[in-house]
Design a protein around this ligand. Structure first.
Ligand SMILES: [Zn+2]
Length: 465
């Protein structure tokens, strides 16, 4: 009991001292020098305690209840005083330099331009924004009639590297592009993915942060804005800074930024999502071998969880990764891209954390790159398959002015509201559902325009109003 009280007092004192460092200088940040592994008795509770300390959590091995943290000597001392069980530690000096075979922003730019040139019939490169240091952020669109926006084709988005040090993550998205363009003419399944969908891939969102990784800061996570940087994946506007899932301390690794959606990188992705209205998204990170679905704040789930979580678990099973919400698998997260995408544009979004704890952020390229991207193919292919599976799709005809003022109320056979789906500005809708009988009611405000009962089966059904 006394030991617990002492530990609690130490924790409070430590959190206060960490908070009093708000506005600390760059020296504070570069002091992080110890990479430590902590073993917990009780996994979720231990993770919550770690999060309260505002440490840089690099990844976990949930099965063995171990979390890795990157800390200052001061933080390390506090962890020991608080009786956390540290099973391994090494100085950052002992960390290997990043394997040079991983790709820099310039190398990715060159690869994308080359692929566009060689495959101009199905690949088109777009600049979706610029970082605070002025680097371009690229998106590759892969589709037939790639220069056109085809209303009949739904969009799907894959993105990677919100976090600068997670150098394997763009390898996975580059592999998506490469698999599609190289097999398009020979593989009927791939051809069908490309011809039936508008596939968008953003391989490197955090271009500035990654450039910093290549100039010696191999453990850099945030962008580089304002000198101290912002965690782009805590900066999105939905429930920004609301559930202790981010930090207001500028030198924290999860600093959420000065205002919601302040960062050029989050703005770029938000603009893209607003324009293309994807049905699904995967945001690739590393490491932990988990699949995360919304919502991020403790206890919170999506309204359409029967679909969101079922597909998330199927994706997880396809690559043998555990699936759950962030607060089930790690800790609460606020201001993330997936929560924002779900809330703002009804996207069904996932995070996949590739690589295990033993492989870490920057595993040996020759040993792990191919294995990792090959293993992950089953997951993105599963989502591409799901684009043409159970659900309904259609487009309001020209007799409906301003289609975005209409919604489709989806009720289950038991009469419960499953979703109030908002129609896209071009009149299209694509509602992903489990199999079953549903009532679809087209509404403008509160007034019913039309209603129909449809049996949703294993493949996507076209319906018209
Ligand atoms: Zn990450």
């Amino acid at each position: 009991m006394i030991k617990n009280i002492v530990a609690l007092l130490l924790l409070v004192a430590f959190v206060q001292s960490a908070r009093s460092h708000s506005g600390a200088n760059h020296f504070q940040e570069t002091q992080r020098s110890i990479y430590a592994s902590i073993k917990f008795e009780d996994y979720p509770k231990g993770m919550q305690a770690i999060q309260k300390l505002d440490l840089d959590v690099t990844g976990v091995d949930k099965k063995n209840k171990i979390a890795d943290v990157f800390v200052t000597t001061e933080q390390y001392k506090a962890l020991k005083e608080l009786n956390f069980r540290i099973i391994e530690n090494k100085s950052s000096k002992a960390l290997k330099a990043v394997d040079e075979k991983y790709k820099s922003p310039d190398e990715i730019e060159a690869i994308l331009k080359e692929w566009e040139k060689e495959n101009s019939d199905i690949a088109k490169l777009h600049i979706i924004g610029q970082s605070s240091e002025g680097r371009n952020i690229y998106a590759m669109k892969i589709s037939d009639n790639v220069s056109l926006k085809e209303d009949g084709e739904s969009a799907i988005l894959f993105n990677s590297m919100h976090h600068a040090r997670e150098v394997m993550s763009p390898e996975v998205t580059l592999d998506i592009i490469e698999s599609l363009i190289t097999n398009y003419k020979t593989d009927a399944k791939i051809k069908n993915y490309v011809d039936s969908n508008e596939i968008w891939v953003v391989p490197m969102i955090n271009v500035d942060g990654n450039a910093k990784v290549w100039s010696g800061s191999s453990m850099w996570r945030k962008n580089t804005n304002y000198g101290h940087g912002v965690d782009i994946n805590r900066n999105y506007p939905y429930l920004w800074g609301t559930c202790n899932g981010s930090s207001g301390w500028t030198w924290s690794s999860t600093y959420r930024g000065p205002t919601a959606g302040s960062e050029p990188e989050s703005k770029a992705l938000m603009n893209l999502v607003k324009t293309i209205r994807p049905v699904f998204n995967i945001s690739y990170h590393s490491y932990s071998e988990i699949v995360i679905y919304p919502m991020g704040c403790s206890g919170s789930r999506t309204q359409t969880k029967e679909v969101v979580e079922k597909i998330g678990k199927e994706i997880g099973e396809s690559i043998q990764y555990e699936a759950g919400t962030a607060w089930e698998l790690l800790y609460s997260v606020d201001g993330s891209d997936i929560d924002w995408m779900y809330n703002a544009y009804q996207v069904i979004p996932y995070v996949i954390e590739v690589n295990s704890r033993s492989q870490g952020f920057q595993p040996n390229y020759d040993k792990w790159r191919d294995k990792t991207v090959q293993r992950n193919r089953a997951a993105w292919m599963k989502l591409l398959d799901r684009m043409s599976q159970s659900g309904v799709k259609g487009q309001l005809d020209a007799t409906y002015p301003s289609p975005e003022s209409y919604q489709i109320e989806v009720r289950t056979e038991a009469g419960e509201i499953f979703q109030n789906y908002r129609i896209n500005p071009n009149g299209t809708f694509h509602i992903v559902l489990n199999e079953g009988k549903y009532t679809f009611t087209l509404k403008k405000g509160r007034s019913t325009v039309d209603s129909k009962v449809v049996s949703v089966e294993s493949s996507l059904k076209n319906i018209n109003f």
